[in-house]
Design a protein around this ligand. Structure first.
Ligand code: C2E
Ligand code: CA
Ligand code: CA
Length: 910
């Protein structure tokens, strides 16, 4: 663990200082203690030695005293010989006796004794005899004198001039330096063992008035070194313990110090790497924790600063790209909480109706708030308070505007957004209780509000520019530029979705003359009116544009390929009609006409330029064919259109001239082949075109909105015909008429049918209505209601073209109908197709079980008839028996039938 911390330089330094801090005093203390201890020991050894020396000296003194006594006694007894301890004894005047020095004579005179100690010679003791007249001299045996029992350590004796007198065995007399400190001890070797010794001077003044000797007393060095060694060992143990303690403690401390430091360093590194979210977690309440807190605050500020810069850059970009105000507001709302250190924020937006909305900024992960309406009184209050600059409001406006309970102490800074010298909104920053209103928050808030102002003005400017560059100033219609855009989009959609987009180029045939005759102002008025009329006819998704002076374009996008031609043609016709209506200019009625050229995308061209070019060609063509013409770019289209147009004109005339009539196709009993009914089918006998089949003109009837008329016409004619046949005594067979399902939904349809029957006094059972199987007859539909009501009056209902729609057989069980007409498609493929046969058989069986009468349509072969008869089909209709016939021919067929029957009956009677 300690290794981890020592990796940090700080950790190492800390560890070292810990070690030094703990070791230095210990070492100093150890050194001091050692030194003191050593001094003490030396002192005590010295004291001991001195004590020993003193004792030794006293012994010597008393020995010498005793020796003097012995010498005096020996003189008195005159027995000098054989006295132990003396090598010789005699009187001073003996020839063998050495001469006494002056000093010795003085000592003898004063103290009665003298001692001569000289190196190399045995000690010489002199004493006055008991009577005081003689001087006794004794030469002492140095071994006896100096060898003392009280001392068992090696020692040496010197005279006062330091000449050696005696040394115990093995000890060489140490040389004493002149200034040798008396306290210092000398180390000497005695038979390989080390001893420490010290000198001591023993004075013999008491005995002799002068003289003395020096003792060098020793003690084994071990006396000193053993305790010192023990001391050293003790210190060593102590130091080891101290180091161990220091290491342990410092490791712990280092860990506690470096962990937050590591966290901080890590945070700073991450911050340096640009990670603005670098936060550190330093627990505790010490300086490190404070530092951590400060670091977090600092990185938070830095983060805010950067985010603020980022936000500003983004806003600038958005402003440059002339983004809408909504996007700028959204950007601010999404990011402001990150960029400004505040507790909440929101944007106040002035709406076109004068009310103000408050949109609150959402933090990351929160879902964005809906706008809150700002109460008028709050708006007023803010308006009063706000000068050009920001205001601080001592109220939790943020919560209040969002309908929440205001938090005590929370307050708001409001920065107004000025556009064209009007407050158009504002930015609100919420500060939590106790937070300071610091400069950074204020300057950031101001900067954002400024950006919003700039965005607003630039948007307004852009909008004006956009209008100017995309719309025509006179009529307010899109101009060529916007038109191009719309057409390109429409073409792209057309290509993608398989649709069509048509471009109608409209040009007035005589606009120039209006301008010349009535002046430009009237001309302008005319154009505005024309624009209004064209717009009036356009569908919501169409585009009306003004191209040049009197050229307009109508774009019809997103139409199905099958429909576009009739739709666009009808529109062009209506346009022509609308533009041909007189315009009142300056109280004068002016009649003009416009020609139209049409091109379609993608059939004719795939882009704006192509379409415009081709529609212009078509327009030239239209102009050539006369005032108020419409021309398609492609010839084939023009032919179709013109035929259609002619046909519809002709049909209109045909209706007026009563050229429509009914043919009747017999239905025969499947078994005995007698005529049991007829289907009325409409025909147009045109003087120029001959007999026109309904397939050709029925769609036109629909387009002309004459469906209702046709239904009434057919019902009336069929009823009238039945009445006429009845009058001729022909069999009263029912006639069926085809009714467009849409007609059935007309609210008065029932009444119209019943009144027709009543008009010709026919029972309701004579009329049968054929409606397509595909008709919407769901529960509750108008068609179903009508069918139910008609059936209640006994008008019969037939389901036409059964099998082509998608009705399931189950659907049959709840259908308000009486007859099922099997479609021709079933019958045509039946012979030779066993599966088809079985289907038809099933259908017939089911229909019969549900009480439907079954009619097979389009029977052309006897094989089909044979099969159907076997399957139980009730009636047969088809070319095998008869084509649809004019009323007269049908009547003949009917009467022929009657005659045949009569003959048959007569025959059988025969
Ligand atoms: P639809 O109701 O299915 O009429 C039967 C059509 O089949 C008739 O054509 C008829 O001439 C034809 N047809 C009959 N038997 C045969 C046959 O054996 N072989 C072939 N190939 N065709 C046969 P038409 O008269 O041309 O009528 C066509 C459609 O026009 C009718 O189909 C009907 O839906 C509609 N229609 C006719 N008259 C009227 C009318 O007065 N009002 C309404 N709303 N629609 C009518
Ligand atoms: Ca029919
Ligand atoms: Ca049919």
């Amino acid at each position: 663990m300690i290794r981890v911390h020592l990796r940090s330089r700080f950790g190492r330094r800390l560890f070292l200082s810990f070690l030094l801090a703990s070791l230095l005093p210990i070492l100093a203390l150890a050194a001091f203690a050692y030194h003191e201890m050593q001094k003490q020991l030396v002192d005590s050894v010295q004291r001991g030695l001195r004590e020993d020396s003193k004792n030794f000296g006293m012994e010597i003194v008393s020995e010498l005293g005793w020796r003097i006594e012995l010498m005096r006694n020996a003189e008195a007894a005159n027995a000098f010989k054989r006295l132990s301890g003396f090598t010789w004894m005699g009187l001073a005047d003996d020839a063998e006796a050495p001469l006494a020095s002056r000093q010795e004579l003085d000592a003898l005179a004063q103290h009665g004794a003298a001692l001569r100690l000289a190196g190399g010679a045995p000690p010489l003791l002199m004493a006055r005899s008991g009577d005081g007249f003689k001087t006794i001299v004794g030469r002492l045996d140095p071994g006896v004198l100096w060898q003392r029992e009280v001392v068992n350590m090696p020692y040496c004796i010197f005279d006062l001039q330091h000449a050696p007198l005696y040394c115990t065995e093995g000890l060489r007399p140490p040389r004493r330096a002149a200034d040798e400190a008396r306290h210092r001890m000398m180390a000497v070797d005695v038979a390989g063992e080390r001893f420490l010794g010290t000198f001591w001077e023993g004075r013999l003044d008491g005995l002799f008035g002068q003289g003395g000797f020096v003792v060098f007393m020793t003690a084994p060095e071990a006396m000193l070194s053993a305790p010192l060694t023990r001391l050293r060992l003790g210190f060593a143990a102590m130091i080891v313990l101290a180091i161990a303690l220091a290491v342990g403690l410092s490791a712990n401390q280092i860990r506690r110090q470096t962990a937050p430091l590591d966290a901080l360093t890590g945070g700073v590194r991450r911050l340096a790497r640009g990670d603005l979210d670098a936060l550190v977690d330093v627990p505790g309440d010490d300086e490190f924790a404070m530092l951590g807190g400060t670091f977090n605050a600092m990185s938070g500020r830095l983060r805010s600063k950067f985010r603020m810069l980022g936000l500003m850059a983004e806003l600038d970009q958005a402003v440059l790209a002339s983004a809408e105000r909504g996007r700028i507001t959204r950007t601010i709302l999404d990011r402001v909480l990150d960029a400004i250190p505040c507790d909440g924020a929101g944007v106040l937006t002035l709406r076109p109706d004068g009310t103000v909305d408050y949109l609150r900024a959402s933090g990351p992960g929160e879902k964005s708030d809906l706008p809150h309406r700002v109460p008028a009184e709050v708006v007023d209050r803010m308006r009063q308070q706000s000068g050009r600059d920001w205001v601080e409001v001592d109220d939790d406006l943020d919560s209040r505007l969002c309908g929440e309970v205001p938090q005590p102490g929370r307050r708001a800074l409001v920065f107004p957004v000025w556009t064209h010298n009007r407050v158009e909104g504002g930015l609100l920053l919420a500060l939590r209780a106790g937070a300071e209103t610091d400069d950074e928050v204020v300057s950031s808030g101001r900067a954002l509000a400024d950006r919003m102002s700039v965005a607003d003005s630039s948007i307004a400017w852009e909008a004006r520019l956009y209008r100017q560059s995309h719309y025509d100033a006179l009529t307010g219609l899109p101009n060529r530029m916007l038109l191009r855009d719309r057409v390109e989009r429409a073409c792209a959609r057309a290509r993608r979705d398989g649709l069509c987009a048509a471009l109608l180029l409209i040009d007035f045939d005589d606009f120039k003359s209006i301008n010349e005759a009535l002046g430009y102002q009237a001309g302008d008025q005319f154009l505005v009116e024309a624009a209004r009329r064209i717009e009036g006819l356009a569908r919501p998704n169409d585009t009306v544009a003004r191209l040049t002076a009197d050229e307009f374009v109508l774009v019809v996008p997103d139409v199905k390929p099958a429909e576009w031609m009739s739709l666009v043609h009808a529109l062009a016709e209506r346009l022509t009609a609308a533009l041909a209506e007189p315009v009142v200019l300056d109280g004068q009625e002016v009649v003009s006409a416009a020609s139209t050229g049409i091109a379609v995308c993608p059939d004719n061209a795939e882009d704006f330029d192509g379409l415009l070019k081709l529609s212009d060609l078509a327009l030239q063509e239209a102009k050539r064919s006369g005032r108020g013409s419409v021309h398609f770019y492609a010839q084939s289209m023009n032919r179709v259109v013109s035929e259609r147009f002619e046909l519809s004109q002709a049909l209109r005339r045909a209706i007026q001239n009563d050229e429509l009539l009914l043919h009747y196709q017999p239905k025969v009993d499947a078994v005995d082949e007698r005529i049991v009914g007829a289907e009325a089918l409409v025909r147009w006998r045109s003087p120029s075109r001959g007999l026109v089949s309904p397939g050709v003109f029925l769609p036109l009837i629909g387009e002309m909105g004459l469906d209702g008329w046709l239904a009434d016409f057919v019902i009336d004619r069929a009823c009238a015909q039945m009445k006429a046949w009845d009058a001729r005594g022909l069999p009263a067979v029912p006639v069926s008429v085809n009714i467009d399902p849409a007609e059935l939904a007309a609210p008065d349809f029932c009444e119209r049918v019943l009144s027709a029957l009543a008009r010709y006094d026919l029972p309701c059972e004579r009329l049968e209505l054929e409606i397509l199987e595909s008709a919407e007859v769901g529960e509750g539909s108008a068609v179903r209601d009508a069918l139910t009501r008609l059936r209640a009056r006994k008008v019969r209902i037939a389901l036409d073209d059964f099998g082509t729609g998608y009705s399931s057989l189950v659907y049959l069980t709840e259908l308000p109908a009486d007859v099922l007409k099997l479609d021709r498609a079933f019958i045509r493929t039946m012979v030779g197709d066993v599966r088809q046969q079985s289907i038809v058989e099933q259908v017939i069986a089911l229909a019969r079980s549900l009480d439907f009468k079954v009619v097979a349509e389009g029977v052309e072969e006897s094989a089909q008839h044979a099969l159907l008869r076997r399957m139980g089909c009730d009636q047969i209709q088809g070319f095998l028996f008869s084509k649809p016939l004019p009323a007269e021919e049908f009547a003949e067929k009917l009467s022929g039938d009657v005659q045949r029957a009569a003959a048959g009956v007569a025959g059988s009677a025969v």
